[in-house]
Design a protein around this ligand. Structure first.
Ligand code: NAD
Length: 356
């Protein structure tokens, strides 16, 4: 089991160090190799995703990624900016399935913008298709309108499209993930208006025949956006296209109240994956030892579950995180009266200790 460890920039190095510490403590015989990525790689090699880093990523079963970016790189040409490293890795490895769990820990329930009773115990998983849809569909661009409401006017356009195999593979990922959870998939579409999403709905329904043990529900995206704030606990796994998933996963993440707690995973059809916290490199707090490492530690748990088939070890990490929260340990971002403020490193140490 080989892991490419790519800490990146800003708090990336601090939080990944804690996740590596936790992985080491599990004694799983993992081979971990580090490489530069993002701004750090640009500074050393002139490119945010050097060939050597890409090679390591391709050879590994999984990538543990910190975060990339800093305002000092904002003036670089777009292809050289740190964030391009993530897009490069997604493309090179064909990472088409993005997993974003939204879990609201009992102890952090007051950090949510919703009423505690709506989010206490929330545990949903949003699976977003990551390489298709209107974000990548061709043709796109600007032109002079030949029809529509204003023929002759300047207009811009994009193309929404999904092929059958693209929908089939993301649907399978969702049904299989649901099998390991509460066996319910909500497929989110806009079949009432869009051809692409009528097709999406039909294909998901067809794939569902292979998963009779999993309940399938279809929901229009506008209703899903509403239900996520009305009754978020009614969902288990949500599967949707790239654009709807982009929006709904951010909406769902806010239900949990804290960006420092949210892991994510992006997988390909060989179950190779890139695992990273949902937040960025937080240059404002980098180097201060105050960043919350839990999103990265929880990303490492997802890595064990989805790419390395180590369900038990993944559960051990997740249970340990719950334990440290129950002990009242908090990095400053989740601190509240009556709890104990700890540093990034102390939080990592506490998780290691709680592994038991
Ligand atoms: P950010 O997520 O880095 O930070 C937003 C706010 O949340 C900041 O106040 C930060 O201090 C806080 N925060 C984030 N993670 C935290 C943690 N683990 N613990 C405690 N507080 C935390 O977003 P931003 O400030 O908009 O972007 C900063 C840089 O990160 C930019 O260069 C951006 O392009 C990059 N970025 C990278 C990724 C990625 O690597 N996947 C994602 C988003 C943004």
């Amino acid at each position: 089991m080989k892991i490419a460890v790519l800490p990146g920039d800003g708090i990336g190095t601090e939080i990944v160090a804690e996740a590596v510490k936790v992985l080491d403590a599990l004694d799983l015989n993992l081979e971990m190799e580090s490489a530069l990525v993002g701004g750090a790689a640009f500074d050393a090699h002139g490119h945010p995703l050097p060939e050597s880093t890409l090679k390591l990523a391709k050879e590994s079963d999984a990538i543990l990624f910190g975060a990339v970016g800093d305002w000092k790189y904002d003036k670089l040409d777009r292809p050289l900016r740190p964030e391009q490293a993530i897009l490069g890795l997604r493309k090179a490895l064909g990472l088409f399935a993005n997993f974003r769990p939204a879990i609201c820990y009992e102890q952090l329930v007051n950090a949510s913008s919703l009423k505690p009773e709506l989010v206490a115990g929330l545990d949903i998983l949003i699976i977003r298709e990551l390489t298709g849809d209107i974000y990548f569909g061709q043709p796109r661009g600007k032109r002079t309108a030949v029809d529509g409401h204003f023929p002759g006017a300047e207009e811009a356009f994009d193309t929404m499209r999904y092929s059958k195999p693209e929908i089939e593979r993301i649907a399978r990922v969702a049904f299989e993930a649901a099998r390991k959870r509460n066996k319910k998939v909500t497929s989110v579409d806009k079949a009432n208006v869009l051809e692409t999403f009528q097709f999406w709905k039909d294909v998901v329904t067809e794939v569902h025949k292979d998963y009779p043990d999993v309940e399938l529900q279809h929901m229009y995206v506008d209703n899903a956006a509403m239900q996520l704030v009305k009754a978020p606990k009614s969902f288990d796994v949500i599967v949707t296209g790239n654009m709807f998933g982009d929006i709904l996963s951010d909406e769902a993440s806010m239900l949990t109240g804290s960006i420092g707690m949210l892991p994510s995973a992006s997988l390909n059809d060989k179950k190779q994956g890139l695992y990273e916290p949902s937040h960025g490199s937080a240059p404002d707090i980098a180097g201060k030892g105050v960043a919350n490492p839990l999103a990265t530690i929880l990303s490492a748990a997802m890595m064990l579950r989805f790419s390395l088939n180590q369900e038990e070890a993944a559960n051990r990490i997740e249970t340990a995180v719950k334990k440290v929260l129950a002990q009242g340990l908090r990095t400053p971002d989740i601190f509240s009266e009556g709890t104990t403020k700890v540093s990034t490193r102390e939080m990592g140490d506490a998780v290691v200790k709680a592994l038991g």
